[in-house]
Design a protein around this ligand. Structure first.
Ligand SMILES: Cc1cc2nc3c(=O)[nH]c(=O)nc-3n(C[C@H](O)[C@H](O)[C@H](O)COP(=O)(O)O)c2cc1C
Length: 367
């Protein structure tokens, strides 16, 4: 049973379709910048955006490139600014600084699983210390008169602290809780524990967004049915398929869900390439940057991974688009699979470091 009284969800910005479950683009370091948010909104914006995390420590100032995703955001949708840190003074200082920008609210990261992050006792590392979370939520709640939101995993290496943290979410009147249904130790590839998300929905007073492996619009509907969450947050599968938020809305309203073709995907890649160009960025580095997104896109192009194989070997813009044309325009009306083909893994380039050594970045996260 939901606790009583239920706080009204009306403090949150309205979604695009009143009465429909909410959708949000997951915060993703090195991905959810201004350019990516603009591209996503071209294909159908989510109800909410979240920034990449602002790192908070004694010397930190909000990173300029992340501020651009707030200040110059022309999508028309609310943007929540995410913080990662553990020092109360500097977290509240940073929240106050960010509130001078057009943010929808302040979000706290309690989930980043990278060892170099959690060893500093921030992000997912904090899930081991509910007493510290209590202090941080108290300080940020006091500093943020508007919306204060939390994004968490279900625990560090087990879920012993889960219920206690949910109590703290209620005690500090958090406005929106996103739950990635894995522990920190489960990283990104285990099963997602939707039962834990469902449990949180019955325990917290605020709306909950369900996160983790929301692969497609039908999966989103199934996850919402199972968890009774207020909405879904989608990360990697929005890189793969930027139409997913539009498709979710169609699914939720019982309308026909848009079928994406390989020609549509060719157009998306071109748009993403143009949007992510930086002055002076050499062709080869830009192509390498594109490969990080295309690792996800390639999961739905063909069942054998042939596009991924050829794409990963390109070293120039011309070669990259030759591969795209060959794989995507030979049968332009063929369907881009709504979910990844089984066994087609979005592994990073072989020259990138081990998943155990780095942070929440496209260099290291696979699906
Ligand atoms: C490349 C990448 C970067 C990420 N960076 C962040 C981040 O800055 N803050 C955060 O809370 N989660 C971050 N995450 C986690 C995602 O927000 C999300 O919780 C996770 O990917 C599971 O959702 P998905 O299955 O829809 O991708 C990142 C994930 C990826 C793949």
């Amino acid at each position: 049973m939901r606790p009583d009284p239920v706080e009204p969800a009306s403090r949150l910005p309205a979604g695009q379709q009143p009465g429909c479950p909410l959708t949000a683009l997951a915060p993703m370091q090195d991905v959810t910048d201004l350019a990516f948010m603009s591209v996503i909104s071209h294909y159908g914006a989510p109800d909410y955006f979240f920034t990449e995390f602002f790192r908070v420590h004694a010397q930190s100032h909000p990173e300029k490139h992340i501020l651009r995703s707030i200040d110059e955001n022309a999508t028309g949708r609310p943007v929540f600014a995410q913080l990662i840190g553990e020092d109360l003074t500097h977290l509240t200082r940073t929240a106050t600084e960010l509130l001078r920008h057009p943010v929808a609210g302040i979000d706290l990261n309690l989930g980043c699983p990278a060892p170099k992050v959690y060893k500093k006792n921030v992000g997912g590392g904090l899930l081991r210390e509910p007493a510290k979370i209590d202090e941080i939520l108290g300080a940020l709640r006091a500093a943020v008169p508007g919306l204060f939101t939390v994004k968490m995993r279900i625990g560090f290496d087990d879920t012993v602290n889960f219920d206690r943290i949910l109590e703290l979410v209620n005690a500090h009147r958090v406005d929106l809780l996103t739950i990635h249904g894995r522990t920190v130790k489960e990283m990104y590839r285990s099963e997602v524990h939707y039962d834990a998300i469902a449990r949180a929905v019955t325990r917290v007073r605020c709306p909950v967004l369900a996160n983790g492996n929301v692969l497609s619009a039908p999966r989103a509907a199934a996850i919402l049915g199972e968890t009774k969450a207020a909405g879904v947050m989608i990360g990697r599968h929005a890189i793969r398929n930027p139409w997913i938020f539009r498709q979710c809305r169609e699914q939720f309203e019982g309308r026909p869900v848009m079928r994406v073709t390989l020609a549509d995907v060719r157009e998306y890649i071109e748009r993403l390439y143009r949007a992510t160009t930086l002055p002076g960025l050499p062709d080869r580095l830009h192509v390498n940057k594109m490969k990080k997104y295309l690792n996800f896109v390639g999961q739905s192009v063909d069942a054998t991974g042939a596009f991924l194989h050829d794409m990963r070997r390109t070293e120039s813009e011309a070669a990259l688009f030759e591969v795209c044309d060959r794989h995507l325009l030979a049968e332009p009306t063929r369907e881009f699979a709504p979910e990844p083909y089984p066994g087609v893994i979005a592994r990073p380039n072989c020259e990138t470091p081990s998943v155990l050594t780095d942070g929440c970045s496209l260099e290291t996260i696979t699906a």
